[in-house]
Design a protein around this ligand. Structure first.
Ligand SMILES: Cc1cc2nc3c(=O)[nH]c(=O)nc-3n(C[C@H](O)[C@H](O)[C@H](O)COP(=O)(O)O)c2cc1C
Length: 205
């Protein structure tokens, strides 16, 4: 598929057909993710791909539990907000596959020469580690469209990061960053409307 068409057709897909994604396709998605740019080409990522239904369901239970534990404020909306967020954080359990991205910390060259902590430098550089992760995830999302799949990026489940890392056997120095749910879409969705070019383009000539 043409790149432009792929970019224009992509939309977050959250409802999937009950159809397995072949491992070869999952590998190809991850391979393309790994081609993304990363700060200093450090390629911090590792992708844990889950197709096992029981494991997915165990993961979703942990996310639900975590959301229920969040302190509610006094608003009437509180309960609704939580159940809405719960759906967006757990629908991945019904996806044929979930690609969990983990990452190790980026040690900047600066760390060897200045008296600032890793976290301080990372913040000062506007989180190049997370920016790198985003590039890889976008590669996966676009590749999913290109290969006839639907996909959705998820950060909400990270609320239960510690429990999820245990379930997925993700160990230090790696830590969980995000999920991508993948599968055949139940139906093609119209891409969401986006801001106009006028709103987002500023030329400094
Ligand atoms: C960093 C990031 C985190 C996201 N986390 C979630 C999530 O946890 N659950 C979810 O359903 N969608 C999540 N999304 C998908 C967005 O809701 C979606 O991209 C947005 O509504 C725009 O819709 P579109 O992707 O169809 O253009 C996330 C997207 C991004 C970029």
């Amino acid at each position: 598929m043409e790149l432009l068409q792929t970019i224009e057709r992509r939309s977050s897909i959250r409802n999937f057909k009950n159809e397995n994604v072949p491992v070869e396709d999952l590998k190809e998605l991850v391979r393309r993710g790994g081609l993304a740019p990363s700060v200093n080409n450090y390629q911090p990522w590792k992708f844990y791909v889950v197709t096992n239904k029981e494991v997915l369901s165990k993961m979703a239970v942990k996310v639900s539990e975590r959301i229920k534990q969040l302190p509610s404020n006094k608003s009437i909306a509180s309960k609704n907000v939580k159940s809405q967020v719960e759906w967006f954080a757990t629908f991945f359990e019904n996806a044929p596959a979930v690609i969990a991205m983990a990452m190790e910390d980026y040690e900047s060259v600066l760390e060897k020469g200045v008296d600032l902590s890793h976290d301080e430098i990372n913040k000062m550089r506007n989180f190049p580690d997370i920016q790198s992760a985003g590039a890889a995830i976008q590669n996966i999302l676009l590749s999913a469209v290109d290969m006839g799949y639907g996909a959705c990026w998820l950060s909400a489940p990270m609320m239960a990061k510690v429990d999820l890392e245990k379930i997925l056997f993700i160990e230090s120095p790696y830590h969980l960053i995000a999920f991508v749910a993948v599968g055949k879409a139940v139906r093609e969705l119209e891409p969401k409307s986006k801001k106009s070019l006028d709103e987002i383009f500023k030329l400094i000539d």
